[in-house]
Ligand binder design. Structure first.
Ligand code: 13P
Length: 257
């Protein structure tokens, strides 16, 4: 295994478990993560649970992510939360460019790149999401669309020595129970790796490429066994510590050799 590409399993809780339930879920994640030292486990609760979850996971192997970040450090941006605030709250990661934000909040490729840059400037590692719609896949446009999304932030991640993550999340696979099969996922992951490689072999070597979209305990082993799949960004199944732990365990078995 490439040591700079340890398996990374991140749970995107989306708009669930924003209070007490989040603390209980985080406690259960700490319990399984202690038995999986070869896997990086990250949880991304809603903003309202970040501080409480930070306390819960303090001193444990579980790391904290936010689900979003504003590019500016502060200012009159009602409802937004900035990088310095997330860093002070105990976050070490932040998800940027999730398809739900691109779709419902009209986030452009350029805005996503700005967010990735703000994250890095504030000691947060971005998990930058890309992925195509069903229509684009059926039109044979998957690689063109994903390349355009990656090209928008390529300079940002090439200019830092930090090890960011990219999450390939085909939009048609999110919350639908449909997953890209291992062959479909590997094709896109290998393409992303080749674009990074073209920019710099060192960048390709240190960047983890996660798969997301209906990852469950049952399909995790097959996906995580693909050579260019370095982990998973898990939605629904991350809300159940048993399922999320089983996915992390599959990552250990598939990638931790
Ligand atoms: P599901 O695992 O619920 O399909 O969600 C995937 C996702 O959007 C993770 O960011």
């Amino acid at each position: 295994m490439n040591p700079s590409r340890r398996p990374l399993i991140a749970g995107n809780w989306k708009m669930f478990n924003g209070g007490r339930a989040g603390v209980e879920l985080a406690e259960a994640c700490v319990a399984f993560a202690r038995d999986l030292p070869s896997v990086d486990v990250v949880v991304a609760p809603p903003y309202t649970a970040l501080a409480a979850v930070a306390d819960t996971i303090d001193g444990s192997p579980v790391a904290l992510a936010a689900q979003n970040i504003h590019p500016k450090d502060n200012g009159a941006y009602t409802g937004e939360v900035s990088g310095p605030m997330l860093e002070e709250c105990g976050c070490t990661w932040v998800i940027v460019g999730h398809s739900e934000r691109r779709q419902y909040f009209a986030e452009s490729d350029a805005f996503v790149a700005e967010k990735a840059s703000a994250a890095l400037a504030n000691d947060l590692l971005p998990i930058i999401c890309v992925g195509e719609t069903l229509q684009q896949r059926e039109a044979g446009e998957t690689l063109r669309v994903v390349k355009q999304q990656v090209d928008a932030f390529l300079d940002v991640i090439a200019q830092t020595p930090k090890a960011v993550a990219i999450a390939y999340e085909p939009i048609w696979a999110i919350g639908t129970g449909k997953t890209a099969g291992p062959t479909e996922a590997e094709e896109v992951h290998a393409a992303i790796r080749s674009w990074l490689e073209k920019k710099s072999p060192e960048l390709a070597n240190r960047t983890r490429i996660l798969y997301g979209g209906s990852v469950k305990a049952e399909n995790a082993a097959a996906l995580l066994s693909c050579p260019n799949v370095d982990g998973a960004l898990v939605g629904g199944a991350s809300l159940d510590a048993g399922s999320f732990g089983a996915i992390a365990n599959a990552a250990r078995a598939a990638r931790g050799k």
